[in-house]
Structure formats: structure tokens, C-alpha cells
Write a protein that binds this ligand. Sequence first.
Ligand code: 13P
Length: 249
Amino acid sequence: MRRPVIAGNWKMYKTLAETRAFFQAFLPLVAGTKHCDIVVAPPYTALTAAAESTRGSGVAIAAQDLHWAVEGAFTGEISARMIAEAGCRGVVVGHSERRQYFGETDESVLRKTRAALEAGLQPIVCVGETLVEREGNLAESVLKRQFEDGLAALTPPEFSRILLAYEPVWAIGTGRTATPEQAAEAHGHLRAMAAARFGPEQASSLRILYGGSVKPENIRGLMAQAEIDGALVGGASLDPKSFAAIVNY
Ligand code: 13P
């Protein structure tokens, strides 16, 4: 039985004050929640405040990206060790917005995933096809390339520590969610790839989250699919009531 994970990706939203106010409102709404892991990924500047606000609550904090080097002359970048020290337990890697706007590649995803694991962080590795790729019937082959080039080189113990997030680019911030069946089908493909590379046991314990316009109104339908182990929520994670409603689906 895979334990569900509901994660919020705040993207470039929320100041320190807004972060503290969010958790003040959010934590009481999930104080009794036992059925799933809860993760929130604020921007870098709010990580420490978020970690302090959630201490002892069971809510885990994650960063949204990292650099693969331990340290060095990389102006503007943040390492896994810095993220861990800020109080994070995880980090999002390879989000489509990083791939689309900041030159993230499958190769850098692999390097970042390894760096995160080495620092004791849980990577939430994102994959997903664009609209053009889906309409060209390329969704499965794109996922395969992202999986093969971005993850297949991990060792089995490394792979056992990651979370995978399927985020079809056409469903992100568009209000156009994948149907539960479309998401479950993609998750099934990803799980089959994991089985082929790492064996059926590892594949069956891999948790795959769906991301793309997840809202309080559609979370139940998504989570009713056996293949869907959780959600990576953007816009709807910014409001404490709406994110709590998703967590408590
Ligand atoms: P939305 O929920 O705003 O579509 O964003 C999804 C996402 O990109 C989460 O990482």
C-alpha cells in the first residue's frame, strides 16, 4: 500500500510574512490529517521561515530547485546542502517551468537528483509532455526519454528514495486537468518503465504524483485511481483553505 503524498509548489509566490500567515491558517486545518504526507515547496527566501513555522507539525518543506554542485562559483545558485540546512526534507527537480524557461535538461535533472539524494533530500522528479507532443501521439515516448535519460542511471537504492511527479505541461496553470483516466494511463506507463529498469517490487512501491490544475473539486476523482499516489499542486496550494481541502480529500 503506497502512502499518498499531497505536495504544494508555490512557484514564485509568497513573501516571508505571507508564508508565516499561510501556515498559521493552514496548520490547524490539517492537524488531524493522518492519511497522507504533506509537503510544501516555498521559494528559497521563505524556506527557513516555512521550516520554523511547521516544526513538529508533520508538514515537510521542500525547495523548488537546486544546483548539482556541493559549492562553487555559480552565482545565483543554491546547493542541496544549503537547502537541507534550511530545514528542508525534499526538493522539486526538473519542473517543466525549469525545463521550458531555464534550460533544464534530462541530463541536469539526473545530476540534480543525485546531488539531492547525496545530501539526504527526497527529490520530487517531474516529467510530462507538452500539448504538441500529446497531440502528435508522442506522450509516451517523451516520458520514456525523460525517464531513461533522467532517472534510469540511478542505483536501485537511490531510485527507492525518489518521488515521481507526472505533470503534463498542457494541464499546468491552464485549468485544463488531465482526466483521472489520462493521468492513470501515464502513471501506468511510468510504473512499467520503473519495473523494466528496477524490478517489479521497486516499481510497486514508487509513488507517482499527478500535477496540473489540481483543485479541491477534482482531487477525489484523481485519487480514486489506483495508479495515482498523490498530487503536486500549484495555484490551489497558495490558499490555506483550498490546499487543506485538497489534503483532506
Ligand atoms: P497548477 O496546479 O497551478 O496547474 O500547477 C501545477 C504545477 O506545476 C505544480 O508543480
